[in-house]
Design a protein around this ligand. Structure first.
Ligand code: IMP
Length: 419
């Protein structure tokens, strides 16, 4: 097994950060392919908590290169702050795609004002300017990292480009100067790391190196296949790797999908298995379900099999990584949504339209629980999951620390990563 992709199977916050961190010490390059500062990947090294927003988790491992692919949108201030938290020597291992787009202050301002204008119809975005930045990219008027290192761009072309773009927008007059200054800081600090990462990946692949592609968010937030319009503006699924890196997904050997043994969502949009009241409060408290980026309380519910089947198909999934299993320790049985009832009919697929998804009633089954989670006690639950989806469980996470991870199937070459 040479190249692996790790994706979130729900609405984000599945615990991908930890799984990526565990697998990364067995690889040469970790690659982010979409999203930006909306992501918040958390890992505990001993008891020290580390949250990364732009940088792939792999940067925390000595000798592992980190690539921010062309599919990402990069917020200068956030990136510079994160870079300030990693050792100077790690910066040489960081490569930023010259095709990645820059999130500028007018994007953040637009994100905020649109959310305020939506009058009860909010998406519940992270307010990081993600949607407006991708919008400028699609409208072919964005600023790319590669522009920043072109002679004269920041000083001469950027102010004019932004004046044109911001004309008529409800943004403060200072945004142009602020943007110029932020772009200058990125160029001065990280200009040498901005490169053609598609070529870099092709060369390193040819040299026999191993890659790990790190999805951010979750595939139910996929712009095309998620719960549109309550989605993010990129493709967090495996399918996003191609457009987000220029590396052929045909070369990827294994796709690991991360899901908690229950489900969470932040922001608005349908969530069929969502809990209310006391059960909601107690699951949120047990799982400490508060957003890593925004601190918002997460909505919580039970595992949802129709949604997982949708994710299996979308990601051409090979195996599951089950996370936060310890949160449900001590339950005799675990409720799982195995189908829906829509207009009196039983269905087992994940409806495309949010109006349908908002109306479904979950059909709940009780699956076997465990006393204290380990590779043996999880078996009956894992077998039910495999029976329902056709996909085996390969990784079990039993706590927040790196060493609280069990590999149920050998990850050739990656195994040494787990200590
Ligand atoms: P945006 O990506 O900030 O535009 O937000 C769009 C939707 O995706 C909102 O519902 C957000 O809460 C959700 N979202 C974005 N990034 C994450 C993430 O990393 N974890 C969980 N939800 C996210």
């Amino acid at each position: 097994m040479r190249h692996i992709c790790v994706v979130g199977l729900n609405w984000g916050d599945e615990g991908k950060g930890k799984i990526v961190d565990v697998l990364s010490s067995g690889v040469d390059v970790v690659v982010r392919y979409q999203g930006g500062a909306n992501a918040g990947h958390t890992v505990y090294i001993g008891d020290v908590k580390k949250v990364l927003h732009h940088l792939p988790m792999g940067i925390l491992h000595e000798g592992v290169a980190a690539v921010l692919g062309n599919g990402m949108v990069i917020e200068p201030r956030g990136l510079l702050e994160e870079v300030a938290t990693i050792p100077e020597s790690a910066i040489e291992r960081l490569f930023l795609s010259d095709r990645a787009h820059v999130v500028l202050p007018h994007h953040t301002a637009l994100d905020r004002s649109r959310e305020e204008d939506r009058n009860g119809k909010k998406i519940g975005t992270t307010l990081r300017g993600i949607g407006p930045a991708y919008q400028d990219k699609s409208a072919r008027r964005g600023v790319r990292l590669g522009d920043l290192v072109r002679p004269g761009f920041i000083e001469d072309k950027l102010p004019k480009k932004l004046a044109e773009r911001c004309d008529g927008l409800d943004v403060t007059s200072g945004v142009i100067e602020e943007s110029v200054e932020l772009c200058r800081q990125v160029r001065d600090r990280l200009g040498a790391q901005i490169t053609d990462t598609q070529v870099l990946l092709a060369d390193r692949h040819a040299a026999g190196e191993r890659f790990l592609f790190e999805g951010a968010q979750g595939c139910l937030l996929d712009l095309d296949f998620g719960t549109y319009p309550f989605v993010t503006s990129s493709s967090p699924s495996f399918l996003g790797v191609g457009p987000g890196t220029g590396f052929s997904p045909r070369k990827i050997d294994h796709v690991v999908g991360v899901t908690k043994v229950y489900c969470t969502r932040v922001g608005e949009g349908p969530f069929p298995s969502e809990l209310r009241g006391e059960e909601e409060e107690s699951l949120r408290a047990a799982g400490n379900e508060y957003g890593a980026t925004t601190g918002r309380p997460r909505r919580v519910g039970w595992l949802d099999i129709p949604a997982l089947r949708h994710a299996v198909l979308l990601n051409d999934l090979d195996s599951f990584a089950l996370t936060k299993a310890d949160v449900l320790d001590g339950r005799d049985t675990i409720p799982v949504t195995v189908g829906y009832r829509l207009d009196g009919r039983e269905i087992h697929h994940f409806p495309t339209h949010v109006d349908d998804l908002s109306r479904v009633e979950p059909i709940v089954e009780e699956w076997p629980g465990w006393g204290t989670i380990d590779e043996h006690t999880v078996r009956p639950f894992a077998d039910k999951l495999e029976e329902a989806t056709g996909i085996p469980v390969s990784i079990l996470s039993t706590g927040k620390r790196r060493d609280e991870t069990v590999l149920l199937t050998p990850f050739d070459g990656y195994v040494g990563a787990v200590r």
